[in-house]
Design a protein around this ligand. Sequence first.
Ligand code: PGA
Length: 255
Amino acid sequence: MNKALRRAVIAGNWKMNKTPGEAAELMEQLKPLCEGAGCGVVVCAPFVDLHAVLEAAQGTGIGVGAQNCHWEQSGAFTGEISAPMLASMGVQYVIIGHSERRQYFGETDATVNRRVRAALAGGLTVILCVGEVLTQREQGVTCELVGMQTKIALGGVAPEELKNVIIAYEPVWAIGTGRTATAEQANEVCRAIRGTVSSLYGAAAGDAMTIQYGGSMNAGNAAELLAQPDVDGGLIGGASLKPADFAAIIAAAGK
Ligand code: PGA
């Protein structure tokens, strides 16, 4: 399938930034810049900001996402938030398996899989993050490792649920470091992930899957990364907090 037939999505990951008041302000700055975007635009905000962001996003076409959700619907899980809670607010997307969750909060491929299935069951679209650390890249195991992360994360996911899955390839060494993967590296791994999806669900499913690159994508390097045949958008951290930069990345994706 032609890349042009896949839906390119630029998603901002605000991480642990912005109070609700600041989030509303940032949305007001973003809104005019996102008008007429030629790609899907999503903002993934901290839980406490979601209400403000949803309100600001009304009628704009900007999708709203959270940054994690638990695998149970409710229960004794202090500090966690469930998929039905998010969906009931009007949240449409959720990031699952971000490397910061894996690194600092003990997320494993197995818990990522449980969260993915719960999010899909709750009606959310999942932005599933996979990626290698620098040692793994140096050991030459990137594509196998990312393929394995993808396979485990998608375990038990039905073919008809795949339309609600976006995969983000995020090399851990490129996140927040200013060190971006080259366009060729990004494309190679995104293509390998597409191959994994194809091997699990068939070629048509692989062809249709939106696969983003994330890791120090910015206004300067977005065009080259997004022009790659297997890169269908981006998951943007730091640059998503700067309205002009985020808008430039959206414009690059719409080309
Ligand atoms: P970065 O973060 O753009 O700041 O590198 C990307 C991400 O963690 O999703």
